[in-house]
Design a protein around this ligand. Structure first.
Ligand code: PMP
Length: 284
């Protein structure tokens, strides 16, 4: 089935949706995005994704903002039109179309807004059953990783490098500390403590991360907002990643060294279950 996609207020067949070659997103990656999970035909954490979208747009000084209710409406329409049960909705907002110039264009140009669905098996897959193996790479991204921009070449490059070497993903290292995965937040559990580094400008504050922090608190776990090194991770009791598409997924091996017995950890499994249960309860 060809997807029905959304572009600037209109729905069309995916092959008919076209944007200008002068779009700032194409020329400068001058755009931000959000990925919202759909489970059982409903969206998870939609409001928090919208808050982060606003933040990304205002940090980049986008002159116009988008109305959350209208975004919700076209997201829901996309779910219905594409009969999406399990997968994601990708939303992309560009500063718009203008003559190529490094300076920001006039404030009155229209934003370009694109959204589409993608089916994906999220609840059950091999990565959850067996855990993933990650490789570390230097974090060479700019220092505003807190803004969810579409400048994703370095993480894509890192993921491809990891994949070529037989790993599932890359964890990025900055100044000796793990910052995050290519498209997920990195966590470890050590001596009963759950560690996630503080959300500063060097990582994206995952919406899933924020929900999992709440789940961990509900389950009575202690959380330390502390950075951890590669050595801390390899000697951890458990490790995992979080993101809208992976939820909570165990990491069992880093750079070829297995974590404990190399099997998905028990607490990671509990957190995943709690996260899915709570998300389904509040899905819209
Ligand atoms: N960090 C990075 C670099 C990401 O790209 C993502 C996912 N886009 C995340 C963390 C996780 O964010 P979320 O939980 O909102 O999907």
């Amino acid at each position: 089935m060809n997807r029905i996609v959304y572009l600037n207020g209109h729905f069309s067949d995916e092959k008919d949706a076209k944007i200008s070659i002068f779009d700032r997103s194409f020329l400068f990656s001058d755009s931000v995005y959000e990925v919202t999970t759909v489970l059982d035909g409903k969206m998870i954490d939609f409001d928090n994704h919208m808050k982060r979208l606003d933040r990304s747009m205002s940090e980049l000084k986008f002159p116009k903002m988008l109305n959350h209710d209208s975004i919700k409406k076209f997201h829901k329409d996309l779910i219905v039109k594409n009969e999406l049960k399990e997968g994601i909705i990708y939303l992309h907002v560009s500063r718009g179309v203008a003559d190529r110039s490094f300076n920001f264009p006039p404030k009155n140009i229209d934003l370009t807004v694109v959204a589409f669905t993608q089916e994906k098996k999220l609840l059950k897959n091999d990565e959850v059953a067996n855990g993933i193996r990650v490789m570390t790479v230097e974090d060479k991204r700019w220092k505003r990783c807190d803004i969810k921009t579409t400048q994703l070449l370095y993480p894509s490059f890192a993921k491809a490098q990891a994949s070529e070497k037989g790993f599932d993903d890359a964890w990025m290292l900055r100044d000796g500390y793990i910052s995050e995965g290519t498209s997920n937040n990195a966590w470890i559990i050590k001596s009963g403590n759950i560690l996630t580094r503080e959300a500063d400008e060097l990582i994206l504050n995952g919406i899933t991360r924020q929900s999992v922090i709440n789940c961990a608190k509900l389950l009575g776990y202690k959380i330390s907002y502390k950075g951890f090194t590669l050595d801390d991770a390899i000697t951890a009791d458990e490790a995992f990643i979080t993101s809208a598409t992976t939820f909570v997924t165990p990491v069992v091996n880093i750079n070829g060294k297995q974590i404990k017995d190399g099997k998905p950890g028990k607490f990671t499994g509990q957190l995943r279950e709690e996260y899915i249960k709570n998300s389904l309860k509040t899905a819209i």
